[in-house]
Design a protein around this ligand. Structure first.
Ligand SMILES: Cc1cc2nc3c(=O)[nH]c(=O)nc-3n(C[C@H](O)[C@H](O)[C@H](O)COP(=O)(O)O)c2cc1C
Length: 403
């Protein structure tokens, strides 16, 4: 059993993914904006903070249970939305969601999905698929997962799916996607507000990366056929932007935080604003009706030289109701996750590391990675001297004197 331990969390899955994936597909997942300085620095950003462990008074069972907006989380994780998962492995978004859901970790489906929303929802909770995947796990992972399931019994078993919304120039497609997600049992929307246009991913352009057709394109075609779309959108040639149906499916560059109110008027689920960095925007998002915010710089893919999310969280957010705050960017292990919780977030999104695990090992790789991540989160909490997420706070962490 010893060599089954931490096989995913502590091996270089990105290196393995680089060997397996077609080079321009690997690069699309790896890349950041222009000089990639934010991307490079974000990898070690959480290491700039050190724990200040407590001596626990009594031994208690550790629980990493948490909440984001009104969604209960068995552990403070979800898989961040990432476009075009058919580039990574067979089964694409459906198998990605299945693996996360097996471990009770919500999966956030991107608007740029290659698989239909209903198929993702169906496979993610399909009993036979779950049993098949469970059967493939190693003895160690099976054992730990059963232990987690027991601990999670009280958590409502329903949907563990979030949907990421891009406010597209063709609004009807945006709304149709959101309504479809709601109908299919998704529980939270992440409305991305940091992407008026796509960042300049120069290496993707150099490698001639071409995005695969997404589900929104199919929906667009259907709505056009049915005569349900407004007039054709501008075909302006915006530099560095992929041409998408005369730009109808590109993000609406002028929508801003006002999109929150428009989306909330159409759907009945909580909505969090994803991509907030400044405190004034956090207040702005809440004023526009956001139920929460995700502090994110889009994994260094938008504006290069943007402040790192660990630093943004550390400097700016200390007095908010933590169940409204989430963060992503460069998080790769349990210590990073617990540091984010100490700084005031209630959950974190895992982006590329989840993608590498899925690329290397499919649903089995991702499930194993997430199980190991949860083990480490609870282990770190134990060593830090806390038994629950609500006990974590600023005094448990300090900015390292070495940085
Ligand atoms: C390949 C790739 C595609 C992404 N696609 C989306 C997307 O469609 N919508 C979105 O809001 N964020 C998208 N993101 C950003 C992630 O949701 C997340 O903010 C970021 O990856 C977190 O950083 P990490 O990769 O260092 O964990 C994407 C990120 C990557 C790497």
């Amino acid at each position: 059993m010893a060599n089954e331990l931490f096989n995913w969390l502590y091996r270089d899955i990105e290196d393995q993914a680089r060997v397996i994936l077609e080079p321009s597909n690997y690069n699309y997942y790896r890349s950041g904006a222009t000089r990639e300085r934010t991307l490079a620095r974000s990898k070690d950003s959480w290491a700039s903070y050190d724990f200040v462990p407590r001596i626990p008074i009594e031994r208690k069972t550790v629980s990493s249970r948490s909440q984001f907006c009104s969604v209960e989380l068995a552990t403070p994780l979800y898989v961040a939305p990432m476009a075009f998962q058919s580039l990574l492995n067979s089964g694409a978004e459906s198998q990605f969601a299945l693996a996360a859901n097996l471990v009770n970790v919500p999966y956030c489906l991107s608007s740029r999905t290659t698989t239909s929303i209903s198929e993702v929802a169906e496979i993610a909770s399909d009993e036979a698929e779950r049993r098949r995947l469970f059967g493939q796990l190693s003895g160690f992972h099976k054992h730990m997962l059963e232990h987690f399931w027991q601990a999670d019994e009280a958590i409502s078993s329903g949907a563990k799916l979030f949907f990421q919304v891009y406010f597209m120039a063709e609004r009807e497609v945006t709304f149709q996607l959101a309504e479809e997600a709601q109908l299919n049992g998704f529980s939270l929307f992440l409305l991305t507000v940091d992407t008026p246009v796509l960042g300049m991913r120069l290496s993707d352009l150099k490698m001639g990366f071409v995005p695969p057709e997404g589900y929104a394109d199919k929906l667009y075609d259907r709505l056009v056929r049915e005569g349900r779309l407004s007039s054709a959108k501008s075909a302006d040639d915006i530099p560095f932007q992929p041409k998408s149906r005369d730009n109808a499916l590109n993000q609406d560059p002028g929508i801003g935080l006002g999109a929150l109110r428009l989306l909330k008027a159409r759907v009945d689920l909580p909505v969090a604003a994803k991509g907030v960095i400044r405190q004034s925007d956090l207040y702005g998002a809440l004023a526009e009706g956001a139920d929460g915010v995700v502090i994110s710089n889009h994994g260094g893919r938008q504006l290069d030289d943007t402040v790192l999310t660990a630093d943004a969280l550390w400097r700016l957010w200390d007095n908010f109701e933590s169940s409204r705050i989430s963060v992503d960017g460069g998080i790769s292990n349990g210590a990073d996750v617990v540091k984010a919780l100490c700084m005031g977030a209630s959950s974190v999104g895992i982006g590329r590391n989840a993608a590498w695990a899925f690329a290397v090992g499919g649903a089995l790789g991702l499930a194993s990675y997430l199980i190991e991540l949860r083990i480490e989160i609870e282990y770190v909490m134990t060593l830090l001297g806390v038994a629950s997420v609500s006990e974590l706070g600023r005094s448990d962490i300090t900015l390292s004197s070495r940085t």
